[in-house]
Design a protein around this ligand. Structure first.
Ligand code: ZN
Length: 250
């Protein structure tokens, strides 16, 4: 199976549609949350994800838009955008989103969490130390995450010849190595990056493809019409700083 991995779409419909086109053929989508918040097209993005995704979880911005977590946990611009996004959302989408959880076990092999297994709503899993602590809390072999808007992964390798299940040589992989090998009984965290608001100084929309037969994840980027999303945001009266950051990938 080819599974399109997306996260943090953040109501950026132009970016999301571009990713759907550039990803090639895929069997389904797994989405690690924050489908809405920040951007100008919440309903259209929820509609598309409902159409394509077989597994989807909620993120901190989704929950804030739904009024489920305190808006004071966000900075002024993010708060404004969350309030605006929440107000736009059609009732049917609100009901559907209210049922989503911030983490989910797919099977004995894979799990999804927005932030991390340890703190699914809020943790930014960006360090080896955080990865090690989270591996200890996870029964699955691998977990796909989002939240940091950074395309990154961590692998914990096992070497049968040592007679131990997992050696502590945790390897960090990132978009620098586009294809990540998930075979050899490694355990892993993979963040495909953000579709709608990348923050790794690379403004192109980020995503990844999981090939379950080949046991690989391939990181990818897609250039989209950033100016079009920015125009839509301006028309919706969304904060200027949120509009500008898209072109810098920050
Ligand atoms: Zn996000």
């Amino acid at each position: 199976m080819r599974i399109l991995l997306v996260s943090d779409i953040h109501s950026n419909l132009v970016a999301f549609e571009t990713v759907l086109q550039s990803a090639g053929s895929f069997d389904t989508i797994w989405c690690m949350g924050d489908t809405i918040g920040y951007g100008p097209r919440p309903n259209e993005c929820v509609e598309l994800i409902r159409e394509h995704a077989i597994v989807i979880i909620s993120g901190n911005h989704d929950l804030a838009c739904l009024g489920r977590i305190d808006l004071n946990d966000f900075n002024t611009d993010a708060r404004k955008a969350n309030i605006w996004n929440g107000r736009q959302l059609h009732n049917d989408h609100t009901i559907w989103m209210n049922d989503l959880l911030p983490q989910i076990a797919i099977d004995s092999c894979y799990a999804l969490a927005h932030g991390s297994p340890r703190a699914p709503v809020w943790e930014y899993l960006l360090s080896v130390e955080a990865a090690v602590a989270n591996f200890a809390l996870m029964s699955q072999r691998g977990c796909f995450i989002g939240h940091s808007h950074v395309q990154i992964g961590f692998r914990q390798m096992s070497y049968a010849e040592h007679g131990e299940r997992f050696m502590p040589d945790l390897r960090r992989v990132s978009s620098g190595s586009a294809v990540v090998d998930l075979s050899d009984h490694c355990r892993f965290f993979i963040n495909p990056g953000s579709v709608g608001q990348p923050r790794d100084q690379e403004p192109r929309a980020a995503y990844a493809i999981l090939d379950t037969d080949a046991a690989t994840v391939t990181f990818a980027r897609a250039a989209y019409a950033i100016a079009q999303t920015q125009r839509q945001m301006a028309e919706c009266g969304l904060p200027t700083a949120l509009i500008r950051r898209l072109e810098y990938g920050m």
